[in-house]
Each structure stands twice: as structure tokens, then as C-alpha cells.
Write a protein of this length. Sequence first.
Length: 317
Amino acid sequence: MGNLLSIILSNKDHGEFLPRLLSSIVSQTIPFDEIILIDDGSSDNSKEVMRNFKSDNPHLNVRLFLYDINLGWGTRATEGIHHSKCRFVFSTIKSAGQLLPQFVEKIRKALSSNRDIELCVATAYYDRTSPHFHNAQSDQVLSRDIRNNLSLFRRHMHHEPDCFFTKPQDISITPYIPGRSACINRNTLLKFGGYKAELKWHSDWFVLMAIAHTYGFYCLEEELVISHSHPDSYSSQKYDDNTWMEIFNTMKRILDEEEAYRICRYQMMSECFARINCFLLQSDEWKESRVYKSKDLIEQRNKIFYKHLLDKNGVGE
């Protein structure tokens, strides 16, 4: 299938994590057709690690884009998508990630089996126990089955034992889409505008959900990626309610104005509302409220949240 799959990594100041990820890229049973490494203005040894990786692996198609100015993950990852020469891009991997050896082989097989696939994912193990790495081959990691994240969604589907391919109309409830393993049709991702930097840590989630609601998604029920959480990651930072509301308003504007999101607008508005609702309810302000603590007052909680939305935006009922 020629240039089928590219991996695009945008990194900033995570040089200590890069060797493990790059080693897992080299260890693939089938190589990536293209490896794009982007450094977004790091002040540590990240650039040196990337240069050494390229020089140590002349048999691989490694392309380096090393910058002195930091523009953010969404901007740089989208630049990488424009640079790519492959039909599919794996651009949601983070520096603290890790691929199991058959990632490329399994994904290529899935993409080759169905030309209608626009979004292909595999289940992923999310290690949130510490900022330090576990051995990818250890029973401690691989025995942790996270497929129960998909169990609710699967009950509504008819699928093969190892995978399923949804259609947009099948997504009647919010599916869990393992973003850290997402391989997306390059042209489709660009059609949706790539990763929008103004959505901050929601930029990958937003476009993945939009593509899933527009085209469906193909899921391999096999752990092929390990995502290691660490305290300095972008998504680990805490933000106040005003930041959440700013992101929600940006999501709404994109859905209102951009043609690519027209088909999935209704579903995406529901997704965005639910996501912001969920995170706002985790804030200290909400956790101290009587409504949050009352298990039988979900409807009342939602009414109060709706009023909270209006008040934050200066809109009357």
C-alpha cells in the first residue's frame, strides 16, 4: 500500500522519556513508513536525542523538524501532518508513550482490510501509577486489561472477536476512544483543521470525536500502546472554571462556523457539554456543593450546571 502509516511526535523538554519511546519505534516487527520527529523549542537534551536517533537508524525514514520557538503541541503536530507523505498519520502519541512491538503490523493489517476506515484505534494501557516507566513486557503492565472501558459501547454492537467497525449512526452513546493509539486518515484530519491549539489539552479529543461521529471508527481490542502519565504533562495541569468555559465557548464557535463539523454538530455539542460538565464537577467549588454530594439529585445538578453556564457567559435564561 505504499506510504501508508506515519508516526508524528511533537516534543518539548521530555528528553528523559524519549529513549524509551524511540526504542519502541525501532523495535516494531514492521517499520513505520515515515517517522517525523518535531522538537517544539526544548531547553533540555531532546534535540540531541532526536539527532542521534536519526543518525543511528539510517535504514529508517526519519525526518527531523527542530525549532527554537515553542508554539504548542497542537500547532506543531498539525504542522507535522502537513509535512507527512503518508495516507494515515499516528500523531497523538506523546513523548512519555510506548509502543508494543506489533503496533504497526496490527494497524497496517486493519487498514488494509477495509478501505473505508478513516479512524483506527487500538486499546491502550494508561499507566497513572507514577511518572516512572514500567517494563513494557512485564506481567504488571500487560495483565491490566482495560477493555472494560469499551464494554458498555460493545453491548450495542455486532462485531468480530478482535475488532469492530462502527458507523456514525451506531454511536448512540459516548464511546471510549483510546486517543493515544489513534491512526487517522491524513486528508480527513486536515479537512477538520487538525489539532486546534485554542482547545488546549482538548485539541486531540475534539477532532477524534468529530471524525468518529462523522465516519465511525475501527477498534482493535488489543493493547498496543502504553501511555505513561507524569506530573508535568499538559493534561495533568489544573485549570480554573473560567478556562474550562473559554474552551467550551471555543468548541461551540467551531461547531457553529466550520463546514467540516456540520454533519456531526448535534452529537458534538452533546459531547462537549457532557465533557465540560464532568470536569467542572470535579472542581473544589462543585465538590463542596450540596447538589454534587447528593446521589439522587442528578437532574437538579444538571439544572444548576446549566445556570452556571449561562452565568459564566452573562446570558439570561
